[in-house]
Design a protein. Structure first.
Length: 236
C-alpha cells in the first residue's frame, strides 16, 4: 500500500474535521453541474467520505445510480450508503481499474480533490475519456503549499497546472479550466503543521526530519496555508 493510501486511512475517522478546503472544493465542483439535470449514472472517482454525493443530495440532483470509487476501505465505510449507491474499492492508478466498475459507461464522471495522486496522467485521462463523455474534475496543483515548499527547498509532489491542462486537452474535445486559489488561516504555526499532516493533502511527500520541520516552522512567514485547485469541465 502506498503512503497516500495509508495516510488517508489513518485519519479517516477524523477526516471531516480537517477537510475545510476539500469541502469547499467539492461544493464548488457540484455547483458547476447543469441545473437540475437528471443523471442516469454517475461515477465519483476518489469519493472519500462522500462530499460529492452529499452536495448532490443537498442540491436536489436526481440520479439513478452512483458508483463511489476509492482505494480506502475506511473512507468507503463512512461514505453514505443507499440502494442507488455502489461502492467499489480500487486503485485508479491501476490500468484495469475500469473493469471493476459495475458499468462500462457513465453519463457523468466527477472527481474532487483526488486526481492529483494519479501516477500517470496520460493513462488515466485516456481511460476516463472513454468511460464518460462528460466529466468534472477538481485537481490540486503544485501551487498548493507553494511558500512552504520553496522554503523547504523541495519541489511539489503534485502536478503543475500547465501539465494537467496539456494532458487533459489531449483527450477531450471541449474543455474549460478555472484555477482557484485558497488560503486557510491558523492561530499558530504548530496547528498549521498539524493540519498538513492530518488533511491528507501532503500525503506521499518526502518526509521531513524533526530538525528540518522545526526550522521550517520557525521560518514560515505566513499565518495561512496556500492551496491551488484546477477545476475542469470536459466533454468529448
Ligand atoms: C482529498 S480526498 C477527497 C475525497 C472526496 N472526493 C472529497 O471531495 O472530499 C482524496 C481521496 O482520493 C482517494 N485516493 C487517493 N489515491 C487514490 C487511488 N490511487 N485510487 C483510488 N482512490 C484514491 C483517497 O483515498 C481519498 O479518499
Amino acid at each position: 500500500m502506498s503512503n497516500v493510501i495509508k495516510e488517508f486511512s489513518r485519519f479517516a475517522h477524523q477526516y471531516n474535521q480537517h477537510n475545510e478546503i476539500q469541502a469547499q472544493v467539492a461544493k464548488t465542483l457540484v455547483s458547476k453541474l447543469p441545473n437540475k439535470e437528471h443523471f442516469k449514472s454517475i461515477l465519483d472517482l476518489g469519493c472519500g467520505s462522500g462530499a460529492v454525493v452529499k452536495n448532490l443530495q443537498e442540491e436536489a440532483y436526481v440520479y439513478d445510480t452512483f458508483t463511489a470509487f476509492d482505494s480506502s476501505k475506511a473512507m468507503l465505510e463512512i461514505h453514505p450508503s443507499s440502494e442507488k449507491i455502489t461502492k467499489v474499492c480500487g486503485d485508479f492508478n491501476h490500468r484495469n481499474f475500469l473493469e471493476t466498475l459495475p458499468f462500462e459507461e457513465y453519463n457523468l464522471l466527477l472527481s474532487a480533490s483526488a486526481l492529483q495522486w494519479s501516477t500517470d496522467l496520460d493513462q488515466i485521462f485516456s481511460l476516463l475519456s472513454k468511460v464518460s463523455t462528460t466529466a468534472y474534475f477538481a485537481i490540486f496543483t503544485s501551487g498548493t503549499f507553494r511558500t512552504l515548499h520553496s522554503l523547504a527547498g523541495v519541489s511539489s509532489p503534485i502536478y503543475k497546472t500547465e501539465i494537467l491542462k496539456n494532458t487533459i486537452e489531449k483527450y477531450y474535445k471541449d474543455v474549460e479550466f478555472e484555477l482557484h486559489s485558497y488560503t486557510l488561516s491558523f492561530d499558530s504555526v504548530r496547528e498549521m503543521f498539524r493540519y498538513i499532516k492530518k488533511s491528507g493533502v501532503s500525503a506521499g511527500e518526502k518526509k521531513l526530519g524533526f530538525k528540518e520541520t522545526k526550522r521550517l516552522m520557525e521560518s514560515y512567514p505566513l499565518d495561512y496555508l496556500e492551496f491551488e485547485v484546477l477545476f475542469v469541465e470536459a466533454k468529448m
